[in-house]
Design a protein around this ligand. Sequence first.
Ligand code: SF4
Length: 228
Amino acid sequence: MSDHSKIATWNPVRGCTKISPGCKHCYAETFAERFRGVLGHPYERGFDLRLVPEKLNEPLLWSRPKTVFVNSMSDVFHSDVPDEYIEAVAKVMQAIQASRLFRREVERDVLGKEQPVTGFRHELIGKFLAARHVRHIIGQGAGSATVDYITLSGDELWLDMFYFVIDETVSSALLNRFLKEILAAGGLARERIAAYAIGTKGAQVATDVRVAYEKAKLGEDLALTPAA
Ligand code: SF4
C-alpha cells in the first residue's frame, strides 16, 4: 500500500472461515484463493486463516494520517485468533492515537482548497471493532479471566474504547441499540459505560435504556454523572 494513499488497508490477520449465508460471495476469499500456491505472495496460502505478526506495527511507520480498513481480508475476531493477538492489534491503534499521525492537519485538495485531514477515522474503525470484541467477552459473564481483567482491574484503555464509541455516535438509534446490548450483556463494566453515555449524551439516551441502567447498576451512582 502506497504511503501517499489516504485510504489504506491493514491486515495483521489474513484469511477467514465462511460462517453464514452472508459469506457466500466473500470478495476476500475470491481474491485470496486466486493466489493460492503462488510462492512469495501474501496469499500463497489462499484464504486459510493465519496471523501476520510482522504486519502488526505497520501503521506506526506511515508518515501521514489515513483512513484504514482494518482487516479488509480477514476477520480479526475469528474464533481462532487468540485474545492476546486481538489486544495487540488494539494496542497498535491506541499507540497511533497518541502519535503524531493522530493530529489534525490541513492539506490542499486538487483545486487548491484547504481541507482538514485527520488520522482519527482509522482509530474510529479500530475502536468500534475493539468495542465489539469487548462487548462479546463481557457477554461471557463473570468468571471470564478477560472480563476480570477489564472490569476488576479497571483497565481504562478498554473502557475508553467504549467511551470513544459513545462520543462518536451521532445517531440516537445506534447509540441506544449499543447501550441496550451492553446492558443486556452483563458484566461489571456495563454500569460505568451506561453512566458515561447518560452523562455525555443525556438527551439522546432513551428512557427505557435509563430504566435498564437503573436496574442494572450495582456500584455506580447515577447522581455522580452530569445532568442530561
Ligand atoms: S471475511 Fe467476512 S464475508 Fe468473508 S468469510 Fe470472513 S466473515 Fe465471511
